[in-house]
Design a protein around this ligand. Sequence first.
Ligand SMILES: [Zn+2]
Length: 294
Amino acid sequence: MRDEAPDAEEPGRGKKTGGGVAFRRVLDGAAGVARLLWERGWAERNAGNLSCDVTDIVPLGLADDVPLTPLGVTYPELAGRHLLVTGAGSRMRDVASAPETWCGVLGFSEDGAAYGVGWQGRDGTAFTPTSELPSHLAIHAALRRRGVPPRAVVHTHPTELLALALEPGIGDEVRFNRLLWSLHPEMVVVVPTGVAVVPYVMPGTVEQGMAAGRAMETHDVALWLKHGAVAVGEDFGAAFDLLDTVNKAARLYLLCRSAGIVPEGLSDAEVEELRRAYGPRSLGRTGPTSRATT
Ligand SMILES: [Zn+2]
């Protein structure tokens, strides 16, 4: 088993790919977002998990003696790739202070049907990936099918978004997105493709993973009804930005309702005007709209 850190503790002394600095940046990004999730109150106990495709920056190969864990589902899109993931039971507040202790790197077999632990962090014990691994794998596979660059995935429990999602009938995706867009122009600019609404599925199951993967074939953010939300981005910070923006719209709505205000918000025509100006744009491309602020 290769249990060698990808130069995480020796920034600037990376191997042939220069992985040291880049891998340190990924760990720091995980720590930064983990802290935000904890401070937001979106990561009670060990809720929330993170992953990032690090294939191009971690020059790890699985040694011949690394035990492989069958996935039960084959992901040809992940064959030979490496994913950094948070560990089972890890608390976001702990990831924030010691990401190298609570993260590991999985390497996938050449047929995409199994994984081995390529780097098990600094904890000194065998690394076990997050129980939400099926969803992370299905989402990374979906992103590969979309042909976008390696991406980070953030799953968390945004409080106001989850509260709003408990409203009966909210599972109507068209209605839900129209509501969110109407509340905040930033929501249209930052999430022009809207939020996918995924019906409740038992957390941690392959079935939830499949549902999560399907949602992310067309969206960058998904609400998992009665559970949480997930987003993808160029890095952990970009994925967090999407969740933060969606939750802000939900918070505005709940604040209005709790104050007795019936929010008027943007009209459908005003939302469409914004969408024509700023998106939707396909995942993986950036353009002038990416720097737009409202
Ligand atoms: Zn969750």
